[in-house]
Design a protein around this ligand. Structure first.
Ligand SMILES: Cc1cc2nc3c(=O)[nH]c(=O)nc-3n(C[C@H](O)[C@H](O)[C@H](O)COP(=O)(O)O)c2cc1C
Length: 207
């Protein structure tokens, strides 16, 4: 089934959409991953089926710029299949030297822009400093635009992330938890509108 096919139930209602979280930290345990899990819970509560892929576990090789991405080994094909199967994505990264991680960029470079085109994307980032992950978020937004994805205005930047304990359920302040939950719910909401054909951003080209 095409990833664009609407999921209609017997009475014509939309059954569900898939929202995939992509965690861009190679660290374990990772606060970024935990933040994505909270956002995915928000997507679930909004009716989405969710999944998560962690670049630390994905076993991806480096992108070598080959023209045919289909010839990369199985972990790349698995990663791409998960992206292709999703109608919405929640992408998160720690801020590394005012940017997002090389591991995440590599994972994105292994994909074709057609894997992301027209998908609804929510972004989150974490930084150890006072300004959070604003630079990483802006860079992710630019790259997503380059891949044809539709990035929601709402995003979550988490500052002083070293104060968070990734193994603790109460990892973030309640306000941050609420923003993460809202991020997931919004991705699910707009992905559903796309799947239902109520909005259709496919094929809209740059002018
Ligand atoms: C190589 C490296 C560079 C970093 N650069 C920044 C930075 O520029 N700004 C910042 O706020 N935090 C920076 N940090 C801190 C991380 O963003 C922070 O520890 C983050 O929470 C790690 O997320 P994780 O637990 O998901 O790996 C850096 C950490 C590393 C390892």
């Amino acid at each position: 089934m095409s990833s664009w096919a609407p999921w209609f139930g017997a009475r014509g209602g939309i059954l569900s959409v898939h929202v995939l979280g992509i965690s861009g930290s190679m660290r374990g345990p990772s606060a970024t991953r935990r933040a994505i899990e909270i956002a995915l819970k928000g997507a679930q509560e909004a009716g989405a089926i969710t999944d998560l892929i962690d670049v630390a576990e994905a076993g991806l090789p480096f992108c070598d710029g080959r023209l045919n991405e289909d010839t990369y080994p199985a972990p790349v094909q698995r990663f791409r299949a998960m992206v292709q199967n999703a109608q919405g994505l929640i992408i998160g990264s720690p801020e590394y030297h005012n940017g997002y991680t090389g591991a995440l960029k590599n994972a994105l470079d292994l994909c074709s822009s057609s894997d992301f085109e027209g998908k609804m994307v929510g972004l989150l980032g974490l930084g150890g400093g006072a300004i959070g992950a604003i630079n990483a978020l802006n860079q992710m937004r630019i790259v997503m635009r380059g891949m044809g994805a539709w990035v929601l205005p709402h995003q979550v930047s988490i500052a002083y992330s070293q104060d968070a304990d990734p193994e603790n359920d109460q990892l973030f302040r309640p306000q941050i938890n609420d923003r993460l939950t809202k991020l997931g719910a919004e991705v699910a909401k707009f992905a559903k509108l796309m799947a239902a054909g109520i909005i259709d951003v496919r094929g809209i080209q740059e002018v």
